[in-house]
Design a protein around this ligand. Sequence first.
Ligand code: 3PG
Length: 212
Amino acid sequence: MKSILKKIEKIGIIPVIKLEEIEDTLPLAEALYEGGLPCAEITFRTNICADAIRLMKGKYPEMIVGAGTVLTKVQVDKAIEAGAEFIVSPGFNSEIVEYCNKKDIIITPGCSNPTDIEQAIKYGLDVVKFFPAESAGGIKMIKSLSAPYSKIKFIPTGGINSENLKNYLDFDKVIACGGTWMVPTELIAEKNFAKIKVLVKKAIENMLDFSL
Ligand code: 3PG
């Protein structure tokens, strides 16, 4: 497993972020960092994504910052140029995976069935996003997939919250969980970064419960 993924494994949770306004980037980064989650997946669902990655990484170089919802090679280039350390895509797109491999940037493509995982193995990957986690069968499905594909590790994302986080992280093939539950777009829109920081701390408490 590559070193950035090992760092993500240590953190345990990837906040998945949709930023509409660039001015929200640093207050949000501060809430994540001070709350105890020095990690962010900023999604290409808005056109300030690359600028936000650049800004966050510039101010908090020790944070692990990646790009999410990457659907094109142009977005891969923009993300790398902005300083993204990992790329996430919702599905398995062989063109994107091949391009990321060529650029030597980590890609965790969305996989939700055996066919996707065999594609990931073919392209030399050992960690994939399991998406959409809850809708695609949850931890039960991950356990079923892990039987034949025992070398693959998962980052489940989609429908994860403080209630079900523990179920996923308890399984040793899950290195981290992604999600928006501690960074909801409504709170970002309200600029309620104090509340986000509380949710971040709560997410960490929920995560630590599993290892006690
Ligand atoms: C997404 O890409 O939207 C992520 O999977 C987050 O899903 P969530 O909002 O259910 O956490």
